[in-house]
Ligand binder design. Structure first.
Ligand code: 6GU
Length: 233
């Protein structure tokens, strides 16, 4: 998979070369390129923002650098998916991550200031599929941290990135439920014992107990997930 990130703070993404995603890049599974949006400006100050038409607080990102950057990173790409992280977008979930993990080419456009000139989104739709995606109902200063979260969630689903694919199956949100609790040695620690069933060797009983724990935790912590599953059924 190819991923291009456009940002005025490219050094935010240095962390993505570490660990799992760094190995995926070394192995040639993931081709991640982070580009400085200011490289597509042509004035002495490398200006990317200006005052909003109609007035109001803050600055708006100018369309011209975005147009040139999007033209360049999508050139020769058949079906790029162009993602603009935005608190005004659809909410990112594990389902979104799964869907995006099978795309050939993702482009993340990280906005800053009060936003990006609206015409950029219209123009981007002529180059590929545009998605405005939010991490949740709170506000970050820009799209960079949101993009890092999405690239990690998507990247680990690409075949070969996570060493043991079984570890992808039993985690929170893969089946619409939270994960069951995990324990390791010692069997008693600070007077707290590991649940007996896990030491029983009875695989059927263990599977049933884990399922019950998943349901109980989800009921208690995230009842909204159970209602969403009901609505799906
Ligand atoms: Cl994707 N961007 C910004 N700026 N704030 C957010 C967000 C995204 N998701 C939640 N808050």
């Amino acid at each position: 998979m190819r991923i291009d990130v456009l940002s005025i703070f490219p050094s935010y993404f240095d962390g993505l070369t570490l660990s799992l995603l760094g190995k995926a890049q070394d192995a040639g599974i993931l081709d991640l390129s982070v580009r400085d949006l200011r490289d597509w400006t042509h004035d002495r100050h490398r200006t990317v923002d200006d005052t909003p038409y109609g007035g109001g607080a803050g600055m708006v990102m100018k369309p011209e650098p975005w147009g040139l950057a999007l033209d360049e990173v999508t050139a020769g790409s058949e079906h790029p998916t162009i993602i603009f992280p935005s608190p005004a977008g659809e909410v990112f979930t594990q389902k979104t991550a799964r869907e995006l993990s099978v795309r050939d080419h993702l482009v993340f456009g990280c906005g800053r200031y009060e936003g990006i000139d609206e015409r950029v989104f219209e123009y981007a739709a002529s180059l590929g599929e545009v998605r405005l995606i939010s991490l949740g109902d709170y506000v970050l200063n820009g799209g960079e941290v949101a993009t890092m979260a999405m690239v990690e969630a998507i990247g680990r689903l690409i075949p070969g990135v996570v060493g043991n694919p079984d570890s992808l199956v039993e985690e929170s949100h893969e089946d619409g439920l939270l994960e069951y609790p995990s324990y390791t040695k010692p069997s008693v620690w600070r007077e707290r014992a590991v649940p007996d069933v896990l030491l029983s060797g009875n695989h059927g009983a263990i599977a049933a107990w884990r399922r019950e724990q998943q349901l109980e935790r989800t009921r208690r912590r995230r009842p909204d997930l159970l209602r969403a599953a009901d609505a799906d059924a």
